[in-house]
Write a protein that binds this ligand. Structure first.
Ligand SMILES: [Zn+2]
Ligand SMILES: [Zn+2]
Length: 248
């Protein structure tokens, strides 16, 4: 009873306080927080790692090893205060998921703010609108059951509310890998090999087309790369990625 009351109060308070500093009477994420924490950064064009040298297009790893992704864009670093916002978005404490769409909208709002100051990101969002399919990175069915929803899908819906083809049925996650946050990039890539497949009945819809993968956060792009590999094997011509936050 108390939990229900608390969570209904929380969701009722969503539109009138900032999701970061909690300043009352502010918008979902206030101007001060956006100015302070969502400054655009120059990033590697295929993995979104922040790069200090603005003349450099791709990071050393992408230049040496190549990338399954044609492009990868992120709005912010996976760091304070966005890590806390993402935690709240991903794991509701009471099991009540009614606040999740509003939280997804906050992430979309931050991304549009950053895009307003970063031409590359703005262009990536426009290009994504023209993708044949927007594909939220799939969760393994067991993980999705545990969590109650796919946060990548909720974020994609908030970011591209008018896109007619956000598809959750084209990409399947068939391997439920453990949380890999502490593992190095090459180990992650190895563990994720074969983690995704194109859904057999709809694989023909991927031939020769342009796809934008969407996820809430990426650490090393290992998951995005594994998903991209599966889509390419089914014949996708271009695979781009848009994530809210990139670990650096
Ligand atoms: Zn604020
Ligand atoms: Zn890179």
């Amino acid at each position: 009873m108390l939990t229900t009351l608390l969570s209904s109060l929380k969701s009722a308070s969503l539109p009138s306080s900032c999701g970061v500093c909690a300043a009352f009477g502010r918008s979902a994420v206030c101007e001060d927080c956006l100015e302070q924490f969502a400054k655009p950064r120059h990033r590697c064009s295929t993995c979104a790692l922040p790069l200090i040298d603005t003349a450099q297009k791709r990071c050393g790893a992408c230049l040496t090893l190549g990338s399954e992704l044609d492009s990868c864009h992120a709005a912010v670093d996976y760091a304070y205060p966005w890590d806390a916002l993402l935690q709240r978005f991903k794991y509701s404490d009471s099991g009540d998921l009614s606040a999740q769409p509003a939280l997804a909208k906050r992430l979309a709002l931050v991304m549009h703010h950053t895009a307003g100051q970063n031409q590359n990101l703005a262009q990536a969002l426009r290009d994504a609108q023209r993708s044949d399919w927007i594909i939220p990175v799939a969760l393994h069915p067991e993980r999705q059951l545990e969590r109650g929803f796919n946060q990548a899908n909720a974020f994609a819906q908030a970011l591209f509310p008018n896109h007619p083809h956000i598809r959750n049925d084209l990409l399947l996650r068939i391997k439920n890998t453990a949380v890999q946050a502490t593992l190095p990039r090459d180990t992650r890539i190895h563990n994720l090999r074969g983690a995704f497949i194109a859904a057999p009945l709809t694989a023909h819809l991927l031939k020769g087309i342009r796809v934008t993968l969407v996820d809430d956060v990426t650490t090393t792009t290992a998951t995005l790369s594994a998903a991209a590999q599966a889509l390419r094997q089914a014949g996708a011509h271009q695979v781009h990625a848009i994530v809210f936050a990139r670990a650096s």
